[in-house]
Design a protein around this ligand. Structure first.
Ligand SMILES: [Zn+2]
Length: 290
């Protein structure tokens, strides 16, 4: 990041919004006056991040990170991913995506869906945590441990690269964009779910927003900032709302934590998995044009 806290995407000026503390450290949030991107400056060191991403992250043991053991979210996440895949298929007019890369693959649930719904034959997952490596490879997917920036990825031009809830975590989204550009096939598709800093929830809740969690999240994207970043590299696309599916108890916990009262109305729903509209996150689908 530069000294004047210029926006890393559009290079325009930003303003200081607030600081948020975690584990004795303070993180400053800036907002770009042009594209609305929120970003932490200065960024944490790699050592600080390694300390944060310990194995407990996926087990709900961290103050930030997931609020429940990740496996309990499997059914809901797969339903969410199936909905996303249907959107990609109808927008692209393609049903089959043979070569798929999942960046930040966790337990490989997206790769499971890619195998079943997109006929993907080469399915590679990358994650900085190897906690789920065994379960991923047991399902016939390939696993690479590391960050997307430096991981040794086979020299493949992928049909589709998925990044579910990771784009807000990266230390250097510009380097990530270059890697995406390097590993995609001409006409290939990047599918991203990420925070929406322009959402009403983000605006109203400010520092208390459930996704305002540095050093876990470092970049707070808006549809405009995402489009600007991809356009610079000759990609085009759009952002849109989508439906997320979560276990009822999980929705109850997250809601109570965010809004400070229990969501009694959930008792009206006779289902174990609930559809939740994406009120503070977005789905982005971008095409590499060439
Ligand atoms: Zn900007």
């Amino acid at each position: 990041m530069n000294k004047n806290n210029q926006c890393p995407v559009c290079t325009k000026n930003s303003k200081y919004i607030f600081s948020k503390n975690w584990d004795g450290l303070s993180y400053n949030l800036y907002k770009c006056l042009n594209c609305g991107l929120g970003f932490i400056s200065p960024l944490p060191s790699k050592q600080e991040l390694t300390k944060f991403y310990h194995a407990q992250y996926y087990q709900g043991g961290n103050k930030l990170g997931y609020n429940a053991p990740y496996e309990t979210l499997e059914q809901g996440l797969k339903k969410t991913y199936e909905g996303i895949i249907q959107k990609v298929q109808s927008l692209s007019g393609k049903k089959t995506f043979p070569l798929v890369l999942d960046v930040g693959c966790a337990y490989g649930y997206f790769l499971d869906c890619a195998k079943r719904c997109m006929n993907s034959s080469v399915r590679i997952g990358i994650d900085i945590s190897d906690a789920a490596e065994k379960s991923i490879t047991a399902k016939g997917h390939s696993f690479i441990k590391g960050g997307f920036e430096e991981a040794k990825i086979p020299n493949i031009a992928f049909d589709l690269i998925f990044m579910g809830d990771v784009f807000e975590h990266f230390l250097n989204p510009i380097a990530i964009m270059q890697r995406l550009d390097q590993f995609i096939k001409p006409g290939g598709i990047a599918v991203i779910t990420t925070v929406d800093f322009s959402s009403l929830a983000a605006k109203i809740l400010g520092k208390r927003w459930r996704l305002m969690t540095p050093p876990e999240h470092l970049f707070f994207w808006t549809p405009t900032s995402l489009k600007l970043l991809f356009q610079k590299y000759g990609w085009y696309g759009l952002t849109m709302p989508y439906t997320l599916y979560y276990p009822k108890e999980y929705v109850w916990t997250v809601f109570k934590k965010q809004f400070l009262f229990p969501p009694i109305f959930l008792k009206l729903f006779p289902f174990d998995t609930l559809p939740i509209p994406s009120y503070d996150v977005k789905l982005a689908i971008f095409w590499k044009v060439k």
